[in-house]
Design a protein around this ligand. Structure first.
Ligand code: NDP
Length: 280
């Protein structure tokens, strides 16, 4: 009998992660042996923790906050897409080399495609300029978006994001301050909420949604919020009230995991099983 596939997730904290349930449920459904552990590792200990797991020939792993960037110097290779995004969330052991990928970007694209959102020639507004926004810009421009505008409350943050990506992506990319949202929203086909402002732990989530000119979006625009706690964020609730198409962040979480599962096992991921495990 072959050894079980051994995987895990490095984070700090990591107790909240539902990735173990998701991947173990998928493995059970397919009848394969797989163990997926949580590695709660502080930033200062990451290098040694990764070294130990590589020595023990772990088959692959995920990284979550705050390790997605710092892992990049601790592995053998980083794909060009992950390099452009500046973050690795999935590492795969390939021919005894540890290769870093970013599955957040294609995970977002798949979740939007699954929801029937047109991405070719889309005119996208991204709110926020952190790691998730960066993945969104790279993913959506790769999926054929024509125009991407990044809005951030600190204007220098979206300018830096756009400057650093300008040469690596194909679409018309620009930065603007959040205060210019109304003009940008008016011509958008898709709004991507990629700030952490709508997290349920944020007391100001409702005020943040109320401050956005959602009424300026065209009636056929779609809105996705990458935050999945809660599933119906304050921004999605306002967009839904206006009759816009809304997509929650669970699909991105599911698909980033499903793409990783396929890379680790070579098997088609059982999406419904994985989705139920995330909701459980
Ligand atoms: P970062 O901390 O890297 O970036 C957060 C961004 O949100 C920053 O630009 C920050 O601006 C901005 N922001 C926070 N609060 C406000 C506010 N009140 N008004 C305006 N801007 C604000 O986080 P990530 O980019 O990694 O993640 C963002 C969110 O996306 C997370 O909450 C996470 O839950 C979600 N996510 C979901 C995934 C999925 O699979 N569905 C995958 C990855 C992330 P500033 O720097 O000025 O504070």
């Amino acid at each position: 009998m072959s050894n079980p596939i051994r995987l895990g997730i490095f984070g700090w904290p990591v107790a909240h992660s539902k990735s173990p349930q998701m991947h173990e449920a998928a493995a059970r459904a397919l009848g394969i042996e797989l163990r997926y552990e949580r590695f709660g590792v502080a930033p200062a200990d990451l290098q040694e923790a990764i070294r130990q797991q590589h020595e023990a020939a772990i088959d692959g792993y995920n990284l979550t906050v705050p390790h997605k960037e710092s892992v990049m110097t601790l592995i053998d290779e980083v794909t060009p897409e992950a390099q452009a995004i500046g973050a690795v969330n999935t590492v795969v052991r390939t021919n005894e080399r540890y290769v870093g990928h970013n599955t957040d970007a294609p995970g977002l694209v798949r979740s939007l495609e699954e929801a029937g959102i047109q991405l070719a020639e889309a005119r996208v507004v991204v709110l926020g300029a952190g790691g998730a926004a960066r993945a969104a810009v790279v993913g959506l421009s790769g999926a054929g978006a024509e125009d991407v505008t990044v809005l951030s409350r600190r204007p220098e943050q979206s300018v830096a994001l756009c400057d650093s990506l300008a040469k690596q992506i194909d679409c018309n990319l620009q930065a603007a301050p959040l205060s210019e949202a109304r003009a940008c929203f008016a011509s958008a086909t898709l709004l991507v909420q990629a700030t952490s402002a709508t997290l349920e732990s944020n007391a100001g989530a409702a005020d943040f949604a109320a401050s956005l000119p959602i009424d300026a979006l065209p009636p056929d625009a779609a809105v996705i919020d990458l935050v999945y706690k809660p599933l119906k964020t304050s921004v999605l609730a306002v967009a839904e009230q206006r009759g816009l198409t809304v997509v929650d962040g669970l699909g991105m979480l599911l698909h980033q995991g499903a793409i990783a599962f396929e890379m680790w096992t070579g098997l088609e991921p059982p999406l419904d099983v994985m989705r139920s495990a995330l909701k459980g």
